[in-house]
Design a protein around this ligand. Structure first.
Ligand SMILES: [Zn+2]
Length: 119
């Protein structure tokens, strides 16, 4: 398990699996957010936060909701709007303890074009 927290602490999460790889994605939203994503299914991630602690941004097609803390602005996670309970989800590895995060290899994901890893 790896735990994460936004800067102000309003949003915390437990990522309940071993993160074997993380993705730095170059798509139009991820490159702007600057997040490093570790993936799981939604039921493998537990959030500790109050109602309304995050702001959700729906990108163009509205199938993925990108969340950031309403207080400190840190990008926290994204969710699949069609399957928010069990579908694919990712949390931002940059919010985790740096020593733990350093153990996870980061790969470059070409979400802008080929939809595959490019390293
Ligand atoms: Zn915060």
């Amino acid at each position: 398990m790896i735990q994460g927290s936004c800067h102000c602490g309003a949003v915390r999460f437990d990522y309940q699996r071993t993160a074997e790889t993380a993705a730095s994605c170059n798509c139009s939203i991820c490159r702007r957010l600057g997040a490093t994503w570790i993936y799981a299914n939604a039921d493998q991630i537990t959030f500790h936060m109050a109602e309304g602690a995050t702001h959700r941004y729906l990108r163009g097609e509205e199938n993925i909701g990108f969340h950031s803390c309403t207080t400190c602005g840190c990008p926290t996670h994204w969710e699949n709007m069609a399957e928010p309970e069990t579908g694919p989800m990712a949390v931002n590895l940059n919010l985790c303890d740096p020593e733990e995060a350093a153990k996870v290899p980061v790969r470059r994901f070409d979400g802008a074009d080929s939809w595959s890893f490019i390293d």
